[in-house]
Structures are given as C-alpha cells and as structure tokens.
Design a protein around this ligand. Sequence first.
Ligand code: ZN
Length: 233
Amino acid sequence: MSRLRPHGENHFVDRIGWLRAAVLGANDGIISTASLIVGVAAAATTQGEVLIAAIAGLVAGAMSMAAGEYVSVSSQSDTERADLARERKELSASPESELDELGAIYAARGVEPALARQVAEQLMAKDALTAHARDELGISEITTARPVQAALTSAATFSTGAAMPLLMVVVSPAGALVPIVSAASLAFLAVLGAIGARAGGSNVLRATIRVTFWGALAMALTAGIGKLFGTVV
Ligand SMILES: [Zn+2]
C-alpha cells in the first residue's frame, strides 16, 4: 500500500482536466518537433539547418496551439453566454412553460411526474437560471472561461515538449542525430504517457504504448518523406 494513496475513494475527474491538457500539449510539442527534426535531418542537411527548422517548428506550433485554444475557448464561452441570456429571457417571459419544461426533463430521467414538477418548482424557487443551465443546457457552473490564460498555458506546454527534442539536436553528434532524437523523444513520450495515465488512474502500460506508437509513426512518416524528397518538409 503506497503511503501516497489517500483514504477512501479516488476521484480523478477534477484533476484530469488541466493535467490532461498539459500532457497533451507537451505530447504535441514532442511529436511535431521531433518529426520535423527527423524529416529535415533525413534530407541530409546540416545540423545548423536542422536546428533552425526545429526552432521555427517550436514557435509556429506554440503560436498555432495558442491561437487554436484562444478561438476555441472564446467561442465556447460566447455560446454559453448566449445560451444563458436566451434562457434568462425565456424564464422571465414564460416562467410557467419553463417550469413544465424542467419538470419534463426530470420526468424523462425517471422521476414520477408529480414529484418531478415539485422538484422543478423548488429548484426554480431557489435559483431558476442555475437549475435550467445545469439540467437543460448542461452548463454545470457559470464558467468564466479565460481564453488568454488557456492560450498561454497551451503555448507553454507545447514549447516545453518541443524543447526536449530541440535540446537533443544541440547535444547529439551530427552523425547520430536521427537515432538520438528519435529514441530520446520516444522515451520522453513514454514517460509523459505514464505520468498522465498514473495521475488519471488509467492503465499505465496501455497509455504508454499508445503514445509511443503514434510518436514513432509520425517520426517514421516524416523521416520517409524527408528522405524521399531530400528537402525540407
Ligand atoms: Zn429552460
């Protein structure tokens, strides 16, 4: 029995959110940068050129992650805000049919109709908007989504991941660049996969195999393309 194991049940869903995002960001950084390095190196360019391609890949990837995350989080919070505004309007315009609606939702979940109506009445008496947001719209708390924070976080996790294969380019001798970057990157991916799985309470071996498989596939593919075209991918 590990002394780190807390008493009682473990619930992973709370911490899996940010950890999953961080591990995925770093995975992306490792896989895309390592693939880029292997692809460029397979085209038999100099170590300096490989390094420039890797740095450009890091910056481009981090910016693309940040932009993607910003847009996605912003549009999600726009949608939630619009939904809530519409719901608020409906609640003040037709409270009676909103009560019917909420009661029907609980009844559909198996609550006896009279009781379902009673539950709906009591919940709406306390906080009608929250009750409708949760059970009708599926918004569990009025989220204050922070697009900028999300963007910076994913850029940072991607860059951290991308820095690992990039450092390998710096330290490895020119002749052994491809095998060293590939092997080290797969090892980084395996460790990250294991950490993520362990923290999330899922199967460590399966997660590790999954992530290293996709990493190896990505690198093999870009190496093949780099060799084929003999030029920057
Ligand atoms: Zn409603």
